[in-house]
Design a protein around this ligand. Structure first.
Ligand code: DX5
Ligand code: ZN
Length: 217
């Protein structure tokens, strides 16, 4: 299993973003997680296309964009142009998930689907053949530094089991409250991509990345 760390810049120091991105990249992270919030699908507003455009071309990290917005298909082309490589959309936010996921792939991005803690694992089963990643939210979307929701562990297991049963090559990403304890819980449940915001950027980012990569070994 290929374990991947995806630091979320939601918790980064935006006055020092260039060096913080370089720190996590040089320390072995492979993705940069980019939490887009519109204040409607989730209560907060975070950042969007101008910030992503600034980052594009200045890092080799895979830009793993998580859209917490209503009607996300309005922005697929714009996020593609801005540099999104993995585009994750909420099953709860789409009228026609199959059509939207096919559109993401047609645009040359890697389609990824996500579900909030109260959404049943089965809600993404119809789309597993259309994605390369399932993001299991382990907190309610909308903010960093929240505690991991324990009931989500069973969803990680259920989704990993369905992927394995179908013989699919689909990553399971987790996002929210991932720390020294919960990263092992999520890994044992079947996750292989780990979004971490506060656990990395609220501490020494380089040291934190190295610590979590060691834990995943
Ligand atoms: C929630 C965000 C957060 C963030 C990670 O909408 O998606 O989960 O990426 O936050 P931490 O790692 O600080 O819980
Ligand atoms: Zn996220």
């Amino acid at each position: 299993m290929n374990y991947i760390l995806a630091p979320s810049i939601l918790s980064a120091d935006f006055l020092d973003l260039r060096s913080q991105i370089k720190e996590v990249e040089d320390s072995g992270a492979k993705y940069l997680h980019f939490d887009v919030m519109d204040g409607l699908f989730v209560p907060n507003i975070s950042f969007g296309i101008p910030v992503l455009e600034c980052i594009k071309g200045h890092t080799d990290l895979t830009l793993d964009v998580h859209l917490m917005i209503v009607d996300p298909n309005r922005y697929f082309e714009k996020f593609k142009e801005a540099g999104a490589q993995i585009l994750t959309v909420h099953v709860e936010a789409m009228k026609d998930p199959a059509a939207d996921l096919k559109k993401i792939k047609e645009l040359g991005m890697i389609p990824s689907i996500t579900l909030s803690p109260d959404t049943p694992a089965e809600s993404v089963f119809p789309y597993l053949e259309l994605v390369k990643q399932v993001l299991v939210m382990t907190v309610n979307p909308g903010a960093g530094a929240q505690p991991y929701i324990d009931k989500c562990t069973d969803k990680i297991k259920a989704i990993r089991a369905e992927i394995s049963k179908r013989g699919l090559d689909v990553d399971v990403e987790v996002d929210g409250g991932i720390n020294e304890k919960t990263i092992l819980t999520a890994k044992e449940a079947g996750a292989n991509v780990f979004v971490m915001g506060s656990s990395i950027f609220n501490h020494e980012p380089a040291e934190s990345v190295k610590k979590y990569l060691d834990i995943l070994k």
